[in-house]
Write a protein that binds this ligand. Structure first.
Ligand SMILES: NC(=O)C1=CN([C@@H]2O[C@H](COP(=O)(O)OP(=O)(O)OC[C@H]3O[C@@H](n4cnc5c(N)ncnc54)[C@H](OP(=O)(O)O)[C@@H]3O)[C@@H](O)[C@H]2O)C=CC1
Length: 312
């Protein structure tokens, strides 16, 4: 069977794969200082993803400390660079005070590449005296203009953060990567609608959060109808529950960024996501059953949990 790969067109006309199958954070994340403790499992997993046909999106970040694994996998893979979509992120909270361009160049060197396909500011919280979000964005624009970052964007940005750079910047962000799944449909107030209105492509990290918490949530009165419905759709389409959730994300016009330590799950997300479709009514039903569940926020709780009551 041939893979049915799909792409999304960004606001600058460039294309991006409609699903990212190999995130190198979360379960692969290493603490600062452990960068040199190499994970052979992650190298194998990235190599496996790169052995699949089509263009493979790898999601990396400065603070994951996994550049070395990405670099080794790229080195050992036969896939040509134009068949690999590398996304990287500048971490404004890293306590080493690197400038955007120092972080960017370090990432390139560690991964052994001379450009990235997408470069993001990981979060809007910059803890540096006299250095603003607008300053950081200007540096990303310079990378974009130089061609070393083919697309630029942000992550975990609120509407107010985006407004700042829309007002001051020359280049509109191509992407905002946020936590998005049926149990967290607006990471911060109004962000979903704002990005869609301004043609800023949303990427969803933790798209499988409801599955990650299934054991705990399945028995709850608000969780049970949701999980039963997803199981019913999985059985109707003969697909995994994960694919039902990822397909829901794509039907909301968002690009899911997933990961797994199991090769068969990476392959499933890559090869089978677009071999079936959910009806509009099924998409709406997942949306509405998800909204009946209390907000589930896996990341950035310390800064965003105050928004929980507006996130669903
Ligand atoms: N910008 C940001 O602030 C953030 C960005 N990210 C990025 O997003 C990526 C993905 O985030 P993550 O939360 O891991 O994404 P997911 O929601 O896709 O969760 C992945 C988890 O789901 C499990 N899983 C994968 N496939 C299946 C399946 N078919 N059935 C059941 N369980 C499955 C995996 O377990 P198993 O290994 O057992 O398959 C893994 O533990 C990160 O690696 C990172 O690159 C993540 C968090 C924050």
């Amino acid at each position: 069977m041939t893979t049915k790969q799909q792409f999304v067109t960004l606001n600058n006309g460039n294309k991006i794969p409609a699903v990212g199958i190999i995130g190198t954070g979360t379960e692969w994340f290493k603490k600062q200082g452990q960068e040199e403790v190499i994970s052979p499992e992650l190298i194998e997993q990235i190599k496996y993803a790169l052995s699949l046909p089509g263009i493979i999106l790898i999601d990396a970040a400065e603070c994951y400390n996994t550049y070395v694994e990405v670099g080794k996998a790229l080195q050992q893979s036969n896939k040509s660079r134009d068949q690999i979509f590398i996304s990287d992120k500048f971490s404004p909270q890293a306590n080493d005070n690197r400038t955007v361009s120092e972080s960017f160049e370090r990432g390139l060197a560690r991964m052994g590449v001379d450009y990235v396909d997408l470069y993001l500011i990981h979060c809007p919280f910059i803890n540096r005296e006299g250095y603003t979000l607008e300053d950081a964005w200007r540096e990303l624009e310079t990378l974009y203009e130089s061609g070393k970052a083919k697309n630029i964007g942000v992550s975990n940005f609120r509407v107010s953060d985006l407004q700042k750079i829309l007002e001051s910047g020359k280049v509109k962000p191509q992407v905002n990567q946020i936590e998005f799944h049926p149990f967290l449909q607006d990471q911060t107030p109004g962000i979903f609608q704002f990005c869609q209105q301004h043609e800023i492509q949303l990427e969803a990290y933790s798209p499988l959060a409801p599955l990650q918490r299934k054991t705990q949530e399945l028995q709850t009165p608000e969780g049970a109808p949701f999980y039963r419905y997803v199981e019913q759709l999985a059985s109707k389409y003969k697909k995994s529950e994960a694919l039902i959730l990822l397909r829901w994300v794509t039907k909301r016009q968002v690009i899911p960024v997933t990961t797994s330590s199991k090769p068969e799950r990476v392959k499933d997300a890559h090869e089978n996501l677009f071999t079936f479709d959910l009806t509009d009514q099924e998409v709406d039903q997942i949306t509405s059953l998800g909204l009946q569940h209390k907000p589930l926020r896996l990341y950035w709780n310390e800064v965003y949990s105050d928004y929980d009551s507006q996130s669903q």
